[in-house]
Design a binder for this molecule. Structure first.
Ligand code: URA
Length: 200
């Protein structure tokens, strides 16, 4: 097993055994799965969503429900194969009834995300939704630039994770666009921005 795969496997094992998380306790009770992430370990782009939903917790895979179908459509629309990117979430266990993640849940699970970023070393980080947007901006030197997602989506920032330079692109969450045609179009336009920066 290569080093990256091994390091990611450690993360998975730690999340599976996680103590002190009501979400993890609930997952064990319900016999569902944590969602660690999937995709290429050498991905140029890493997508970071919010937390698993019902379908994700049933399968252990990120973005496989309706939001995931729209994410697939967005990737297709700019010709980025899903298996060339890495897709994960900030919170690795499903919040009950898909409620928003709580600050202490983000705090508990985010170190796993930090390690995934360090292992994969993407050139571009694209957040899906405001929770991962705010976390990444505060974490990687962009706290002064934080504004509502409506003002920041589709913009390209230079972020500074410990391993080097990264382009950071905040995007709306695809679930928000399912019943909102205008937001769908906005996300499609913003994916064109993503495509342009990876082609550079
Ligand atoms: N929404 C998310 O934020 N993540 C998933 O994996 C699925 C839906």
């Amino acid at each position: 097993m290569d080093q990256k795969t091994e390091a990611l496997k450690h993360i998975k094992e730690e999340v599976i055994a996680l103590k002190g998380s009501a979400l993890a306790d609930e997952r064990r009770e319900n016999k569902t799965f944590p969602v660690i992430g999937e995709g290429s370990h050498d991905a140029d782009i890493m997508f970071i969503g919010e937390a698993p939903g019902e379908n994700e917790a049933k399968t252990g895979r990120p973005f496989v429900g309706r939001a995931g179908q729209f994410l697939n459509e967005l990737l297709d629309s700019v010709g980025i194969p899903r298996d060339t990117v890495y897709i994960t979430n900030i919170v690795k266990d499903r919040p009950p009834k898909n409620r928003d993640p709580l600050p202490d849940e983000i705090e508990l699970y985010a170190p796993f995300l930090d390690r995934q970023i360090e292992i994969i070393k993407p050139k571009v980080i694209a957040t899906l939704g405001r929770f991962s947007m705010i976390y990444i901006m505060n974490r990687y030197g962009l706290s002064l630039e934080v504004e509502p997602i409506s003002a920041l989506h589709g913009k390209v920032f230079d972020a500074e994770p410990p391993y080097g330079k990264v382009k950071f692109v905040p995007l709306f969450h695809p679930a928000a666009a399912i019943y909102n045609q205008a937001l769908k179009e906005t996300l499609k336009e913003d994916f064109k921005v993503l495509k342009t920066i990876i082609d550079k």
